[in-house]
Design a protein. Structure first.
Length: 241
């Protein structure tokens, strides 16, 4: 057990005002690939760059190609919460964790039992008709062929933030508030390179910033505790085991 891990456990044990801010690294341990690593989606070869396919204009102009890519590369119906998700849900049940702020769209934090989850980029689990607003589950997308349509005839759109779309201002405001008011901020599974989400860390004014990530980040030098390891086993051992 390293000194940093011991300090992590102590920080968690003495605080009842913790916020977690996480990225793609939280979900890779559930078998969901990230975007920017060497084996990530952005480094795969397609007819169009993934950033283009996942843009609002591409969705509107080429919906068939969008949904082919979306089903193959963003939907992982077999993925289950890992130790990071379950540990954070347990921490919330104990009354110590006040919010999970996540850049992920897989919905695994909620599936694990977390309640106050702020999904900055939306969720693949939610879908809605662009014409009448009716809600649909992810199964509707998975079980359809081509472009999914509502009974009213409208196109069903995943409730995820595409490129060229703005983040939900209410979610952003609540995320800023949670981070600003946190006594302990745990940042995990993110390189902190994706803006505007990564900029949220700048609102933290507390005295216990904890970074858990396999690789170094540009914020390591500002953190009180830095652990370069997998987020799931680290949080699982610190909170549950």
């Amino acid at each position: 057990m390293t000194d940093e891990f011991t300090r992590l456990k102590e920080a968690i044990s003495i605080s009842d005002n913790i916020v977690f801010f996480g990225g793609a690294g939280v979900s890779t341990e559930s078998g969901i690939p990230d975007f920017r690593s060497a084996d990530g989606i952005y480094n795969m070869k397609y007819a169009y760059p993934p950033e283009t396919i996942l843009s609002h204009s591409f969705f509107m102009d080429h919906p068939d190609e969008f949904f082919t890519f979306y089903r193959e590369k963003l939907l992982y119906p077999g993925a289950k919460p890992n130790k990071a998700h379950t540990a954070l849900a347990e921490l919330e049940r104990r009354g110590k964790l006040k919010a999970v702020v996540t850049q992920n769209v897989d919905g695994l934090h909620i599936e694990a039992g977390s309640v106050n989850v702020l999904e900055l980029h939306g969720s693949c689990k939610r879908n809605y008709c662009m014409k009448c607003g009716r809600s649909f589950t992810v199964d509707t997308i998975l079980e359809s062929n081509g472009v999914p349509h509502c009974p009213c005839g409208g196109v069903i759109k995943p409730d995820v933030v595409l490129f060229e779309e703005s983040l939900d201002q209410r979610i952003m405001d609540n995320s800023v508030k949670a981070i600003r008011n946190a006594a302990v901020l745990i940042v995990g599974g993110t390189s902190l390179n994706v803006y505007p989400a990564a900029g949220l860390i700048q609102y933290y004014s507390g005295s216990m910033l904890i970074l858990i990530n396999k690789s170094a980040t540009s914020y390591d030098r500002y953190a009180n505790i830095v652990i370069h390891d997998s987020i799931g086993p680290t949080l699982g051992a610190a909170i549950i085991e």
